[in-house]
Design a binder for this molecule. Structure first.
Ligand code: ZN
Length: 299
């Protein structure tokens, strides 16, 4: 683990040196790892370092190597939330938006559009690590069990992330048609994505199974944080499936229904859930917006 973390530090140091920046320059880093938004401490990342907690202070390590550069570290989903705010400035201070990423893991970040404030746990500095919420998944009446990258059983990411898709496509009897080579999940995801894009009903039915656990979490989010006026979807899974992914999620949300609202407003979720930018650069734009706002606040 220490080796992987050292390689990450080496990579950032090498890339920064190659950029030949002047002393005092700022470098923004968007990192796909849970981190304490109050202290910047990196808590762990199952996709990067596997199950378990491997805390380390990345910015302190970078400062030791390059003391003349100012490093600013943000979680990647936090950066996406800032990108959402930059692209959709809001008139009121009370309204909020959320960024949800569905890639190798899943996370959500809510941001106040008026102020740019991201509410965090006052002690632990976290918000919206929804990928590790427990979920109850059934398929054709049977309970499905899947292990999350973090090591626990039946977390949201174990079913609805890209890794969850791979696992379900590799094991569900109904997914046999998508397994070009049994036991080789990569091609199955490609075959599945292709069939969804072609409008295959069987593939769409499987996609609805994959998005249902996330739909249930977003339903709770809508109930508990009603000022979230828009939720933007990002990440490799969303980019691969495009509007088919959004339609599946909305189908599930409309089927589940939001008490007191969807019976009166059929388009409630359709008017609140959108695809985010899919060029893979949104998090970097978010860091840029965040740093510009920080500079404005300091002058
Ligand atoms: Zn987990």
């Amino acid at each position: 683990m220490a080796t992987l973390q050292r390689r990450l530090v080496d990579y950032i140091v090498t890339t920064t040196r190659e950029a030949d920046l002047p002393d005092g320059a700022g470098v923004g880093i968007s990192l796909g790892a849970a981190l304490n938004g109050r202290t910047g401490e990196v808590l762990g990342s199952a996709p990067l370092w596997g199950p378990g907690r491997y805390p380390f202070d990345l910015t302190a390590r970078l400062r030791q190597r390059l003391p003349d550069i100012r490093f600013h570290l943000l979680n990647d989903v936090t950066a996406l939330a800032h990108a959402v705010r930059a692209a959709h400035p809001a008139p009121g201070v009370s309204s909020r938006a959320a960024a949800v990423t569905v890639s190798s893991g899943i996370a959500c970040r809510t941001i106040e559009l008026g102020t740019g404030r991201i509410p965090l746990d006052p002690v632990h500095g976290l918000q919206g690590e929804i990928g590790h919420l427990p979920v109850d998944v059934r398929w054709r009446g049977k309970v499905r069990e899947n292990r999350c990258d973090c090591g626990a059983l039946n977390h949201l990411s174990a079913f609805s992330s890209g890794r969850g898709f791979e696992s379900l496509l590799a094991t569900l009897p109904e997914a046999t048609a998508f397994r070009e080579r049994p036991g080789s999940p990569g091609p199955a995801v490609r075959a599945f994505t292709e069939r969804v894009r072609q409008g295959d009903r069987h593939a769409a039915e499987l996609l609805d199974l994959f998005t249902l656990p996330l739909a249930k979490v977003l339903l709770c989010h809508a109930t508990l944080d009603p000022e979230v006026e828009a939720t933007f979807l990002f990440g490799g899974v969303v980019e691969g499936l495009g509007h088919h992914y959004r339609e599946s999620l909305i189908r599930n949300l409309e089927e589940l229904g939001l008490y007191g609202i969807t019976d009166r407003d059929k388009n409630h979720f359709r008017n609140r859930i959108f695809l985010g930018d899919d060029d893979g650069l949104a998090a970097l734009r978010g860091i840029d917006a965040y740093l510009r706002n920080s500079l404005d606040d300091n002058h």
